[in-house]
Design a protein around this ligand. Structure first.
Ligand code: ZN
Length: 424
């Protein structure tokens, strides 16, 4: 269904931090919201999303789409095979012969599944660049997003070396490797290319401090700031990364980052599982976005600007990501309210904060004039939402009580990309 050029309404719509009834949204022919109000058009001219709660589409700030094809091989719980590094070997094998067609299939399959989970924007942290030609696999990600209809922020990722003391990559990392000058030239090309497609924007990443040397890191950062692009990096995900950094650089990765870059709100630090609270406070002071969740429970606080992502895509349910974020913290502290992770805040983390981390600002993440009309609808006829008070309890019931099966419709830029009319 195409809602561009039309006025829509729903039973409840999330506007200005509240679920409101009797709201209409006028969508421009380009998929942007032109007006929001109670009486924009005669009722007979309005398209009604009946028995539906409409929220802004979820924003997935961190994904490696191809990892989804390791589903069934997580080896979680298996003795002798349950370290991150063993899993990483399996992941490398998956793409050792990657071609454009194969990577496009991997990405398209995962992006389609994301849409079914209410995710309308994905930040794809992409580092498998070279198939048969230099950087030909970048096009595979862009083309897969276009084919699925999801909004893409291609987080083009620099990977230079295999570890802190290394000057080259391992043979199995050849497809990732670029030098910084070649990489910067590629960013220019991708940016020019994306100008013709409103659903694709470019961000950059240094894969991690172990994979990018100091001089390349600084060059990349400077270019990013000149161009005002978002900048992401995996940070302190595993103890070995922290130990190796201390051994070679004499300092923890988070301290190294702050000492070598004038960090600001364009930076998103991914994981921070082993980052000390005092270092997280320094990142928070600089306005840095933090993407948590991984093989451990980070030390979270009210001051952190958190966003969410699906990383290895083993399970694609954004509502579960929100709940994991809250429940992990509660279990760690044996109490219920850590960092005010209530339904409203978890929705903000999953929408506005994701947009901020991906450099999209107010273009997505909210229903407001000028933003893209990207949306996820929840089915009020679901048994799981029966007897819930529509005014006071509905958002809490959706965030903490629902799953993908309550999602009835998902759209990007005013066009339906997923619809599920099945009733439970
Ligand atoms: Zn990652």
């Amino acid at each position: 269904m195409d809602y561009r050029g039309r006025v829509i309404s729903a039973t409840l719509i999330w506007v200005k931090d509240k679920l409101l009834s009797n709201i209409q949204i006028k969508i421009g022919t380009d998929g942007h919201i032109e007006a929001i109000g109670e009486c924009l058009a005669e009722q007979s001219q309005v398209i009604h999303f009946r028995n539906t709660v409409l929220l802004p589409g979820f924003i997935n700030a961190h994904s490696h789409a191809f990892h989804r094809f390791l589903r069934g091989r997580s080896e979680i719980g298996n003795t002798g095979a349950d370290t991150f590094w063993k899993w990483r070997d399996n992941m490398y094998k998956l793409v050792e012969d990657a071609t454009y067609e194969q990577l496009k299939t991997f990405c398209k399959t995962t992006f389609d599944e994301m849409l079914m989970a209410g995710i309308t924007t994905v930040g794809e942290f992409h580092y498998i660049h070279h198939g048969n030609g230099r950087f030909d696999l970048d096009e595979a990600v862009i083309d897969a997003a276009a084919a699925s209809g999801i909004r893409l922020v291609l987080i083009e990722t620099l990977y230079c070396r295999s570890g802190f003391a290394a000057t080259d990559v391992l043979s199995e990392q050849r497809r990732f490797q670029a030098n910084v000058n070649e990489f910067l030239a590629k960013i220019d090309v991708l940016e020019a290319h994306s100008k013709s497609n409103e659903n694709v924007t470019i961000a950059v990443a240094a894969h991690s401090l172990r994979a990018v040397d100091r001089s390349s890191l600084q060059k990349l950062w400077n270019m990013t700031n000149q161009k005002k692009l978002a900048f992401h990096i995996h940070l302190e995900e595993q103890p070995k990364e922290v130990e190796d950094c201390i051994e070679v650089e004499g300092t923890r990765p988070s301290q190294f980052l702050r000492a070598n870059l004038p960090i600001n709100e364009r930076l998103t630090a991914v994981h921070c599982t082993y980052t000390k609270r005092e270092e997280l406070d320094e990142l928070a002071k600089a306005g840095v976005n933090i993407w948590f969740l991984g093989d451990g429970i980070p030390d979270l606080s009210e001051v952190d600007t958190i966003c969410l992502g699906t990383d290895c895509n083993n399970r694609l349910c954004f509502l579960e990501e929100m709940r994991w974020l809250a429940f992990c913290q509660n279990m760690k502290e044996n109490r219920r309210n850590i960092a005010s992770l209530n339904a409203e805040k978890l929705l903000k983390i999953s929408t506005e904060n994701g947009a901020r981390a991906l450099g999209l600002g107010a273009r997505v993440g909210n229903f407001e004039v000028g933003a893209h009309f990207d949306f996820v609808g929840f089915d009020l006829e679901s048994p799981r939402l029966r007897f819930v008070d529509e005014n006071d309890e509905m958002l809490d019931a959706i965030i903490f009580g629902c799953g993908n099966s309550e999602i009835s419709i998902v759209g990007v830029a005013g066009q339906t990309k997923f619809s599920n009319q099945r009733k439970n």
